[in-house]
Design a protein around this ligand. Structure first.
Ligand SMILES: Cc1ncc(COP(=O)(O)O)c(C=O)c1O
Length: 443
């Protein structure tokens, strides 16, 4: 505890008491869900609302077209019927259309599979990929990244390696990736784009490098598009019209895309996402799969092996919702990007509030361009480590997560998520940040 004043926006004693009661080894090292619980408890004990930036939850209403389709499907009685394991045919068709219209990538409906959130998609992918080839047992993460993917590896007992991409942008990425791929133990490489937590967006040149190396070393690229279309510097909102959301699928056939519905369509609660496997990979044969599955064909093993075992498919009604949402996007009726643009506009104002009170943006550039305004941004405060900063900010009624839990080597920073901070809280946020700045003079 570093705070040198007891006159903090959230009473000092209350914060200390709740921290003690929760018996957290360290506030700074706490997981996202632990921070959430801590803040819930402090809010309850103090009666004062926090500026909540710890969790990446959508802050908007769910896509209405999805809600209506889902209600209608439930009324028709779909809840009583098992859905197809690999998804409703008309949903698979709309996913393939969406991929064509918004990524300019051709894929057949067979290779498009709904999953129980992108979270289940990644779990199923890690499980299956680790069994493709006895010689290759390791995933490579391009960090910083989503901590739960690493947790999934730990739960499954799988190996991973990782590096922070901060110092390896542009051409430097090639050599760095190649140093791992050459080892011979890597089966796949995963990154999110835009990146959670840093909001880095890979350029087309970088994606080309990743694709070329994937071809050269036969590595499968796992492209996590949880924040699809949300690099607001470009307008990716028009179906079939460039520019398209950048993707590695332009440069390799060795890919699996994970497209979450949670943020793009504010549909997190229904736990539905999309796994899109390239047609070539879907039909590829791997002898070692027969040790675990009835088929050596990748797509079959994934669907009738892994996904069948995990959940026998995805909730029936949510599939109707997603099909309706995608159809509406594909036909240019629902502009999903326009709805989520609010996150970028809020980020712009919130970053300004932080930087005018002594904070700096940690991941501040996409090679030579300023980082985009989006769902997350990263902050640091001179003289404080990330963990100390997180602990300090709690007394000022501001919550975030430490970058150290995301694989970032810039551990002096925090990730801030804009979604749950309403604009009406901005004046209070400014007051608290000003007080923090006053109480923590920069040397
Ligand atoms: C990078 C990334 N991948 C995957 C997910 C999980 O998405 P879903 O809600 O579809 O399971 C998230 C959610 O926050 C995320 O940020």
């Amino acid at each position: 505890m570093f705070t040198n004043t007891k006159d903090t926006p959230i009473p000092f004693e209350i914060v200390n008491q709740v921290i003690d009661e929760m018996k957290l080894a360290s506030v700074g090292k706490a997981s996202i869900r632990e921070i959430k619980r801590l803040v819930d408890n402090i809010e309850k004990a103090s009666g004062i609302s926090f500026i909540r930036m710890e969790m990446g939850v959508p802050g908007l209403k769910p896509a209405q077209v999805g809600v209506e389709a889902e209600v209608e499907a439930l009324q028709r009685g779909v809840a009583a019927i098992y859905p197809e394991i690999d998804g409703l045919p008309h949903l698979k068709l709309e996913i393939a259309r969406f991929v064509k219209l918004f990524l300019d990538t051709e894929v057949s409906p067979e290779s498009c599979i709904p999953t129980v959130g992108s979270m289940q998609g990644s779990f199923a992918i890690f499980m299956t990929l680790s069994r493709l080839n006895k010689e290759r047992d390791t995933t490579l993460f391009i960090d910083p990244g989503f901590p739960v993917h690493k947790m999934q590896h730990k739960v499954l007992g799988l190996k991973f390696e990782s590096f922070d991409v901060y110092n390896y942008r542009g051409e430097k990425l090639r050599e760095k990736l190649e140093s791992y791929f050459k080892q011979g133990n890597i089966h796949s490489v995963l990154y999110s784009n835009p990146n959670n937590p840093s909001w880095i967006c890979f350029t087309d040149d970088e994606l080309k490098t990743i694709g070329e190396l994937a071809n050269k070393y036969n590595i499968i690229v796992l492209e996590d598009l949880a924040y699809f279309g949300m690099d607001f510097r470009k307008d990716y909102s028009k179906p079939g019209v460039p520019p398209f959301q950048p993707t590695v699928s332009k440069y390799t056939d060795n890919y699996i895309l994970m497209i979450s519905s949670s943020k793009a369509f504010s549909y997190a609660g229904q736990r539905i996402g999309m796994m899109v496997i390239s047609d070539k990979l879907f039909s590829s044969k791997y002898e070692d799969l027969l040790l675990y599955y009835n088929s050596d064909i990748f797509g079959r093993a994934m669907v009738f092996g892994t996904i069948y075992c995990l959940s026998s498919g995805t909730a029936h009604s949510a599939q109707y919702a997603l099909a309706a949402i995608l159809k509406s996007c594909n036909e240019g009726e629902f502009n999903f990007v326009r709805d989520v643009r609010e996150y970028g506009e809020k980020a712009h104002i919130m970053k300004e509030l932080f930087t005018s009170n002594g904070f700096i943006i940690v991941y501040d550039k996409d090679i030579d361009q300023p980082i985009a305004d989006g769902f997350y941004f990263t902050i640091a405060y001179p003289g404080l480590s990330g963990e100390a900063l997180l602990e300090e900010l709690i007394y000022y009624g501001i919550s975030a997560i430490a970058l150290s839990i995301t694989g970032s080597e810039h551990a002096e920073g925090l990730r801030a998520c804009v979604s749950l901070v309403p604009r009406t809280q901005f004046p209070e946020m400014e007051i608290r940040l000003r007080k923090f700045h006053q109480d923590h003079p920069i040397q």
